[in-house]
Design a binder for this molecule. Structure first.
Ligand SMILES: *Cc1c(COP(=O)(O)O)cnc(C)c1O
Length: 419
C-alpha cells in the first residue's frame, strides 16, 4: 500500500495549533505550485493552452493568486465567484463562466468583466442576446448523451442536466454566426474524479470530431476546446494520480490526426480542473474530543461534516492520519465522527486505525478541493479557518474562522425585542 504523505511533522503541527486552534484546513503552497507547473508543462506543445481553475473547489483569493502567477485562469459558475475574480483584478479571457440555469445578472457581470461565456443551453442564446447582448466570443457546452459513459458523481451524460445535444449545438453555431458572433469555443465535462487517463483522451477525440463536423455543417471554425474538469486524485492509498503527460500525448495524437488533417489547427486547449489542482494539497487538521464505546467505537472530532461534506455526501474515502501514531498498528475499528446532530456526520465508517486518545491530532487528507468550500452552517456550526503553509515553513491565515457574530449577522435581535 502506497503511503499518503504529509508536508508537516507532528511537532510542526503542534506549534501551528498554538496560534491557530483546530479545526482548520491547511494548504501546501510548494506542492500546489509544482503540480501547476507540471500541468502546464504537459501541454506546452499547445499554443494558448490554459487551465481555468474551477474556483468553487477552493474559493480563496490567496490560492487563486498563487495559481494565477502560474498562468491559470479562473472558472466561475456564480455571481459570487465572478465577483471574487473581479476583486482580485482578473478580467477578460482569464475568466470563464461555466454556469447553468444562469440568471441575466450573472451573464451581465460576466460580460462586463469581458469573461468568456460558456452557454449551457440553446435557449440561452436568445436569453443572452435579449438581456445583455451577445459578446464577440461564445463557448457552448456539449452533452454527448449516450455517446459517452459517465461516472458515479456526475452520472450518465444523458441524465445530466448540463449542456446541448449534438443537434442543438450545431444549430447553436449556425444561430450565433448569423447573429455576428466572431469567436467560438466548445466545452464538455462528462466525468468527475476520473482517474483513467484514456477517459480524457477519448473526450478530446469526441470533441475534435465534433469540431470537424461543426465546420463542415456551419463553416464555423472553433478556436478553443475546454475539456472541463473532472480529473481525479488518488484519495485512497495505492491509487495513482492521472498522468497528465500521457493524457497530453493522447490528446496530441488526436489533434494531429483529426484537426491538423482537416486543416482546423490551431486550436487552443483549455481545462477547468479544480480537484486535481488543489485537492491533494489541502489537509483538515482536527483534534479528538471524545472516545465513545457503545455498539461501535467512535472517535469524536472537533471538526464535523460542515468542514468536509464529501464522506457524508458521496460516501467518499478520505485518508486519516493520527499524528504521532503513523507507525502504530491499525488494529482498532472506528467510526470517526463530528458533532452534528445528523447520523451521517462521519468522516469514516469502520476504519481501522491505531488506538486513538482524546486530544490526539487527526489529519484528514485531500481536502484542498470541495472541502472547506462545500461547508454550511446547519446546526449552528461555524466554518473553519484556512491556512497556507509556505515554502519556507511560514504559516499564513488566508481565511479566518467564522464567529458567532458572523453566524448571527443576518438576524435581527433588535427588531425582535419590540415584536
Ligand atoms: C465542478 C466543476 C468543475 C471542476 O470539477 P473538478 O472535479 O474539481 O475538476 C469544472 N467545471 C465545471 C463546469 C464544474 O461544474
Amino acid at each position: 500500500m502506497a503511503e499518503k504523505n504529509l508536508p508537516f511533522s507532528k511537532e510542526q503541527l503542534e506549534s501551528i495549533i498554538e496560534n491557530h486552534p483546530t479545526p482548520f484546513h491547511i494548504y501546501d503552497e510548494k506542492a500546489m505550485i509544482e503540480n501547476a507547473r507540471n500541468f502546464n508543462k504537459a501541454f506546452s506543445w499547445n499554443e494558448g493552452f490554459k487551465e481555468y481553475y474551477a474556483i468553487k473547489a477552493a474559493p480563496n483569493p490567496y490560492l487563486m493568486k498563487i495559481l494565477r502567477a502560474e498562468g491559470f485562469g479562473i472558472d466561475c459558475s456564480s455571481v459570487a465567484e465572478l465577483e471574487l475574480a473581479k476583486r482580485i483584478g482578473m478580467s477578460g479571457n482569464e475568466i470563464m463562466l461555466t454556469s447553468n440555469d444562469t440568471p441575466a445578472y450573472e451573464f451581465q457581470l460576466a460580460k462586463d468583466l469581458g469573461a468568456i461565456i460558456n452557454l449551457d443551453d440553446i435557449s440561452h442564446i436568445h436569453f443572452v442576446d435579449k438581456h445583455v447582448g451577445l459578446p464577440d466570443t461564445i463557448c457552448m457546452r456539449y452533452n454527448p448523451g449516450s455517446l459517452k459513459e459517465g461516472n458515479v458523481i456526475i452520472g450518465h451524460p444523458e441524465e445530466a442536466k448540463y449542456g446541448f445535444t449534438r443537434e442543438q449545438i450545431i444549430e447553436g453555431y449556425k444561430i450565433l454566426k448569423e447573429k455576428g458572433v466572431k469567436h467560438f469555443g466548445i466545452h464538455t465535462m462528462v466525468a468527475s474524479n476520473e482517474l483513467e487517463p484514456a477517459y480524457f483522451v477519448e473526450t478530446a477525440e469526441l470533441l475534435f470530431n465534433l469540431i470537424v463536423e461543426v465546420y463542415e455543417k456551419t463553416g464555423v471554425k472553433i478556436e478553443f476546446a475546454n475539456m472541463g474538469g473532472g480529473i481525479g486524485i488518488p484519495y485512497k492509498p495505492g491509487e495513482k494520480p492521472v498522468n497528465m503527460e500521457s493524457v497530453s500525448a493522447g490528446v496530441k495524437k488526436h489533434y494531429d490526426n483529426i484537426l491538423m488533417k482537416a486543416g482546423l489547427a490551431p486550436l487552443k486547449i483549455f481545462f477547468e480542473s479544480g480537484r486535481a489542482i488543489t485537492g491533494p494539497y489541502g489537509y483538515l487538521v482536527t483534534k479528538v474530543r471524545h472516545i465513545k464505546k457503545t455498539y461501535k467505537t467512535y472517535a469524536g472530532l472537533d471538526a464535523c461534516m460542515t468542514d468536509l461534506m464529501r464522506p457524508a455526501l458521496y460516501g467518499a474515502y478520505h485518508h486519516i492520519t493520527v499524528m504521532g501514531k503513523e507507525n502504530d498498528e491499525a488494529n482498532v475499528k472506528y467510526d470517526v465522527t463530528g458533532s452534528l446532530c445528523e447520523n451521517n456526520d462521519k468522516f469514516a465508517i469502520d476504519r481501522m486505525l491505531p488506538e486513538i486518545d482524546p486530544d490526539d491530532i487527526v489529519v484528514i487528507h485531500d481536502t484542498g478541493a470541495h472541502g472547506h468550500s462545500m461547508g454550511f452552517n446547519y446546526n449552528g456550526k461555524l466554518k473553519s479557518a484556512e491556512l497556507l503553509l509556505r515554502e519556507n515553513g511560514d504559516v499564513v491565515e488566508i481565511r479566518r474562522a467564522e464567529t458567532l457574530d458572523d453566524y448571527f449577522a443576518t438576524l435581527d435581535f433588535e427588531g425582535v425585542k419590540d415584536f
